[in-house]
Design a protein around this ligand. Structure first.
Ligand SMILES: [Zn+2]
Length: 334
């Protein structure tokens, strides 16, 4: 007569075993077993079996107790034994236990807030895309956009960058919100645009969002965790400078990160974000961005920013080696 249970591959541990103290359950049913051991033979606890010599073996394997009685032939796991001791079926035993283990519902205070008005896009996406295409072509050639081209060059942008990022020259349009952007340097953003004046016009930057109700960061649609760490900067030129140094960045178009954008970064797979706002940014603004990242599940870090320039964007006019060195220096963590 063998008293060991042959080792065979087990199915995955049923969830009940994660919180079942089998030996304590036996004790509650007045079945005495050696507590310190993970395998033993005792007298069969089943009421039908008058076991005069210990013939019931119990062995813990991978978090689950297995039971076999060599006298009456009972074989099963601890749940089967407890069910038999309680005079019920294993299925019923598990059902009752699950009921007992279900936590009591805790009243959750319901914040009554009016539901936000559903956002409705101001135009079909293809109409915005069409306008952006026309603006991009307009920036590449034509007398009207000469000043905008000159400005882009003066800020250090290359023709390749203008094409890669599809920067544009603001053209008149009947689409809503975009009429104010005529003559400006246009940066396509997810669902909208950011537009920089190319002369002394104020404000320097104008935003227009047609497909979203928040300012989604510039370059949000150009970043991926496989390309390395992510830096959150203030302006489009800042982001372009970092990208030139092969460091991914998104531009917050100001100092605010919409929760929707942070969730999008998390969904893309980013786990961290390096915040590098302009040196004059209020600590509260930095903290707010950090909180938004944190709430979306990203760990925020604070990078000190460029040391020998006012902002990242200024580095675009420097030789590429100098830019790369300044980026490395400026991304040191504080
Ligand atoms: Zn037995």
């Amino acid at each position: 007569m063998t008293r060991t249970i042959p080792r065979a591959p087990l199915p995955p541990l049923p969830p009940v075993w994660e919180r079942l103290d089998f030996l304590a359950e036996l004790d509650r049913r007045e079945v005495r077993v050696p507590w310190q051991r993970r395998s033993f033979v005792v007298r069969c606890p089943l009421p039908e079996h008058e076991d005069r010599t210990p013939s019931c073996s119990m062995t813990e394997r991978d978090g689950r107790w297995l039971v076999r009685c060599h006298g009456c032939g009972f074989a099963g796991d601890g749940v089967d034994l407890l069910a038999a001791l309680d005079g019920t079926t294993p299925a019923e035993w598990l059902r009752l236990r699950a009921q007992r283990a279900t936590p009591l519902p805790v009243p959750v205070p319901v914040r009554r807030r009016p539901p936000p008005a559903a956002f409705r896009p101001l135009c079909p996406p293809e109409e915005l895309a069409g306008w952006l295409d026309a603006c991009h072509q307009a920036l590449l050639a034509g007398p009207a956009s000469a000043a905008a081209r000159r400005y882009a060059r003066q800020r250090g942008l290359t023709g390749a960058e203008v094409r890669a990022w599809r920067l544009g020259y603001g053209l008149p349009t009947r689409l809503p919100k975009l009429g104010r952007l005529v003559g400006r340097l246009v940066f396509p953003c997810p669902g909208g645009v950011e537009a920089r004046a190319v002369d002394a016009a104020t404000p320097k930057y104008l935003s227009a969002n047609l497909l979203t109700d928040g300012k989604l960061p510039f370059a949000l649609d150009h970043v991926t965790p496989t390309a390395g760490p992510l830096v959150l900067v203030e302006g489009c030129f800042d982001a372009l400078a970092l990208h030139r140094a092969e460091v991914q960045a998104v531009a917050l178009r100001g100092k605010q990160l919409p929760a929707q954008a942070a969730r999008q970064l998390q969904a893309l797979g980013f786990a961290t974000g390096y915040i590098s706002l302009d040196a004059d940014a209020a600590p509260a603004a930095v903290l707010a961005v950090a909180r938004t990242l944190h709430r979306a599940g990203l760990t925020p870090y604070w990078a000190r920013g460029p040391q020998a320039a006012g902002d990242w964007g200024e580095l675009l006019t420097r030789p590429v080696g100098e830019l790369a060195a300044a980026v490395v220096e400026g991304l040191a963590l504080q």
